[in-house]
Design a protein around this ligand. Structure first.
Ligand SMILES: Nc1ncnc2c1ncn2[C@@H]1O[C@H](COP(=O)(O)OP(=O)(O)OP(=O)(O)O)[C@@H](O)[C@H]1O
Length: 363
């Protein structure tokens, strides 16, 4: 492994909250991998990134790159390597280009001692990489927001950092551009074999960029996994709720002649690979995660649901449905099936990965 975070804890001095901003976070990234941290506002993403950069001290745990301890706050050692000695690059949300320097000088800014020709060659190479060849003489105010972020990326990559940290770099840009830049960023990082950690609150961006994605909540890292497993095998209820569209429905795991089944308001779910046994919950009672893409519109199905809300999403609608039993479920339905609000439609579950959690206790 290349980047290693080991029970990293950050507490802000004088902070009214007893709760640490970052609470014992452990994760690893191999060289060349791209990690993404997502989570709601205030969950500690930026604090963790700043600690890795050396801009924040940690109060517990260790941060290592290639075996070298950058920060430590353990009973055995206290270490805090200065930010400029970490060889880590950063790209922030606000473009932060020097307004009085042109693009060439901005990109050349962090380059170690090189002769002039070498410097200019490196700048040209970086600008070509980010799709801005020939823009050397422009100033920040002559560039669009997307172009400015590309320059910021070129500047951060030019000194060949050991690790690149990106904190919501596209959040000031419009949605279409963000999506394009997220794919471009991934290509650029892979082309240059750069190890990177990227912070966003946008799931689609996280899925587009990351090899590994971490979901944070209240300072804790709830799961560190690839996109497929986050979606299909969420480790916690919070992750299941945060990623994708879905609801939790009351269910019961029971033993049938064909093995265990999960009894739900939509009927029995079978094929319970990797699902807990009935004995995992008191009386087998639990809640099952039903994602919008687990529910199929099928007029022949005996299970009917009333359309309460619908949102057009291009190729499909996201329907909010109410079952006769009172439960609410969500369903993705191809948009050529345009039913009216209040209409009853047939639905059936088509769940590939059955995910259950303990029943949420009231209060
Ligand atoms: N300098 C500081 N002093 C005191 N508390 C801070 C400081 N910086 C952040 N915090 C607190 O630490 C917690 C984590 O903040 P952080 O900025 O890391 O979250 P975030 O996940 O990056 O949020 P956002 O997505 O809104 O940027 C929050 O409760 C925040 O109020």
């Amino acid at each position: 492994m290349f980047l290693q975070l080991d029970h990293v804890t950050i507490r802000y001095p004088g902070s009214a909250s007893q709760h640490p901003a970052v609470d014992q976070v452990s994760l690893t990234l191999n060289a060349g991998e791209i990690g993404v941290l997502i989570g709601p506002s205030g969950c500690g993403k930026t604090s963790l990134l700043r600690a890795i950069a050396g801009l924040e001290r940690i109060q517990g745990g260790r941060i290592l790159i290639a075996g070298q301890v950058l920060s430590a706050a353990t009973p055995d050692a206290t270490v805090h390597l200065a930010p400029e000695r970490r060889q880590i690059g950063m790209v922030f949300q606000d473009y932060a280009l020097f307004p009085h320097l042109n693009v060439h000088d901005n990109v050349a800014f962090g380059l170690p001692k090189m002769d002039k020709a070498q410097r200019s060659a490196r700048v040209a190479q970086m600008l070509a990489l980010v799709g801005l060849a020939g823009m050397e003489r422009r100033y920040a105010h002559q560039l669009s927001g997307g172009q400015q972020q590309r320059v910021a990326l070129a500047r951060a990559l030019a000194p060949q950092p050991r690790l690149l940290l990106l904190d919501e770099p596209f959040s000031n840009l419009d949605v279409d551009l963000r999506e394009r830049l997220a794919h471009e960023l991934r290509n650029i990082l892979k082309q240059t074999s750069t190890t990177a950690l990227f912070v966003t609150h946008d799931q689609m961006e996280a899925f587009a960029v990351g090899d590994l994605i971490g979901v944070m909540n209240h300072g804790r890292l709830e799961q560190w996994d690839d996109a497929y497993h986050l979606y299909h095998r969420p480790a916690t209820r919070f992750v299941a709720d945060f990623i994708g569209h879905g609801v939790f429905a009351p269910a019961r795991i029971v033993e049938s002649v064909h093995g265990p089944v999960v009894r739900t308001p939509l009927g029995d779910l079978t094929d319970l690979e990797e699902c807990p046994l009935p004995t995992a919950y008191p009386d087998g009672e639990c809640e099952v995660l039903l994602r919008a893409d687990d529910i199929v519109h099928d007029d022949a199905s005996p299970v009917k649901a009333r359309i309460e809300r619908k949102a057009f999403r291009g190729s499909e609608f996201l329907y909010t449905l109410r079952l006769e039993s009172g439960e609410q479920v969500l369903a993705h339905v191809p948009s050529h099936h345009d039913h009216a609000l209040g209409e009853w439609i047939g639905i059936r579950p088509d769940v590939d990965h059955v995910v259950t959690f303990p029943k949420e206790t009231a209060g």
